[in-house]
Design a protein around this ligand. Structure first.
Ligand code: CA
Ligand code: CA
Ligand code: CA
Length: 255
């Protein structure tokens, strides 16, 4: 399989240039024992041995127009080179995107593919992260969703958002939550919302919706989100929600 990166360079049509475009971002893929199970690899802060495991492939991108709005493919990767983690039901690889110099904003995206030249989904494949830095679309009608997974030892979650610029509302859905509002951040500040988790929500996904401001148009809005459990451990956000998109059931009430 291949890990494909769209627009890995900085500069060109999609990225946020600040002064001279001088940013270099290194993408590194790790497999092998410890690549995920080392707890430093699961933290929202890049501290300690977060580059654990076995380095399989690495490439740095600066200003390079040949990658503007183009895909770069890492691989081929043998799925068995990932760390086998029974709890997560498969072999895990880790990709680290690390800004090594510069101050510009690099936008990119990933696709896990069976082909090096086009996006063909890997059956049973998924991607997850512990902290999401993303840019909201400028379109005020758009809604973004992320899907943290609640495991069986979670009794409460803490949803943190940063630099939301008061761009509308953030709602939380699950089998037991029908769009609970989260507090939202303004410019350059963190806001934390604590929510209890009931039995029925364990081993399922929660949906966090980001609904843009309908009156004021806020452009180029970059946001950071992470979710922690009561132990301060970060919960993974999956691209494909585990167990499917949660559907609220009025029978399951918050006690
Ligand atoms: Ca710059
Ligand atoms: Ca880019
Ligand atoms: Ca922002």
């Amino acid at each position: 399989m291949y890990l494909r990166v769209y627009d890995p360079d900085t500069g060109g049509d999609l990225d946020e240039q600040k002064g001279e475009c001088n940013t270099i971002v290194n993408f590194s893929i790790y497999g092998g024992k410890g690549c995920w199970s080392d707890t430093a690899a699961q933290s929202v802060h890049p501290k300690g041995n977060y580059r654990s495991g076995f380095l399989l492939s690495s490439k740095s991108f600066g200003v390079d127009p040949i990658y503007n709005k183009q895909w770069y493919s890492f691989g081929p990767l043998n799925p068995f080179e990932g760390e086998f983690v029974e709890k997560l039901g498969g072999h895990i690889f880790k990709i680290i995107a690390r800004g090594t110099s510069g101050d510009d904003g690099n936008i990119y995206k990933y696709f896990l593919s069976t082909s090096p030249t086009e996006n063909k989904a890997v059956e049973g494949g998924n991607l997850f992260t512990y902290k999401y830095h993303f840019r909201l679309p400028d379109n005020q009608k758009s809604v973004c969703q992320i899907y943290p997974y609640i495991d069986d030892k979670t009794i409460s979650i803490e949803v943190s958002n940063f630099d939301w610029d008061n761009d509308g509302i953030i709602r939380i859905f699950s089998v037991a939550k029908n769009g609970n509002l989260s507090d939202v951040s303004a410019d350059n500040n963190w806001v934390v919302r604590n929510l209890p988790i009931v039995k029925e929500e364990k081993n399922s996904s929660v949906e966090i919706q980001f609904i843009k401001n309908q009156t004021a148009q806020i452009k180029n809005n970059n946001v950071v989100v992470f979710v922690r459990n009561q132990y301060g451990e970060s919960l993974p956000f999956y691209v494909i929600p585990i167990g499917g998109v949660p559907v609220y059931s009025p029978k399951i009430r918050m006690k």
